[in-house]
Design a protein around this ligand. Sequence first.
Ligand SMILES: [Zn+2]
Length: 255
Amino acid sequence: MDLSTCYCRNRHCKYHGLIGDAARLRMSGWHRGARRLKCLECEHWISARTGTAYAGIRTPEDVYRHGVRQLAEGLSIRATARNLEIDKDTVCNWLPRLGRHCWRLLDYFFRALHLTECQLDELWTFVFKKEKHLTAFEKLAGRYGDAWIWVAFDPVTKTVPTWRVGRRTLGDAIRFMKALKNRLDEHIPFFTSDELPHYADALLEVYGVMRTPPRRFPRGRPPLPRREPPPDLVYAVVIKDRERGRVVHVTTRVI
Ligand SMILES: [Zn+2]
């Protein structure tokens, strides 16, 4: 484990945030299988695992590492637990921690990405049970039922710059597009999607610029400013013609 990036986490310490030789840290034994350091200035303890995917894990490091690899390869929670001979609840507890850590890593590394092409799509799935089987109370709670995974994919570099789990609504489409824009540089990629109308609205909302159209009549109320697509925004819809559930013809339409 690389200890050169460890730093004192006490915000009131004057060595807070300093790493390497600038920090005043001393090795101070082990805690739950991880190296522990101590700040010589404020005597604050620092675990070498803080801020890593191993933070808060009580399972032995090699077992955890194997488990994470199996989960990343798509193995189920129960299968991973059986393989490692551990409780399935333990594996279940890893997942949200791992998810949050992966999301933070994506936030850190995926900045100002330069994409020339971006495919937008949404995949259907469900949480706990399908929408049609929900009771009235479960519908009201809004925790279970149909869920949609919004995915942005760059076919050139095979990158997934962002994704979002939510509903298939315009609000979710706008939040997804905003998250995508935050990860890209100034360049607007060529967008393609299916025929869902939310994409065009969300692209206009996120990339559109406010313009006031010229007055057409000298009298009356002046026109209000409205959102218009910038000239470098190119968006095409892929139309799939289906017969008995099979795609028989694909056409594109530039919006
Ligand atoms: Zn300190």
